[in-house]
Design a protein around this ligand. Sequence first.
Ligand SMILES: [Zn+2]
Length: 167
Amino acid sequence: MDLTGKTFGKLKVLEKTTKRYQYNYFYLCQCECGKKILILDKSLTSGNTKSCGCLQKEKASEIGTKNIESNSNGILTLNKKYNTNISSIINKKPKNNATGTKGIYFNKARSKYEAYIQIHNKRLFLGRFENKKDAIFARKEAEEKYFQPMIESYNSIKTTIKKEYYE
Ligand SMILES: [Zn+2]
């Protein structure tokens, strides 16, 4: 049996080598991508190996791109639905905020803490509090009420995509 000259998927068999594994010989093959590679005859004839590995890489990157697209599409739709940037909610690190807690501001004139939540592109006032702790609590309550459903939808999109990728 000599496979020289035959084509298996993207692989063209160049020559039979003297290298062997048990009763099987290694063939020098050239892939369509230009790479040369040694492949066991058994792997070629069984149809297990159809490229130097670039085929799988192509497929993976195709799936990867598709996932990134459906991922961002799904999340964009979600953002639109809630009129909110959900990843900014999930990324809870506050920016430029003197109190160090997102949505909590110190009202100097009244000497009180104020809690807000950004929802549907509007800032919703949650109340004015003596203690920062109470303000944080009000904010947390509002987060659970408004953000939790969004975060759940967001996570379910991500999980679906992950599942698709591995199936
Ligand atoms: Zn290749």
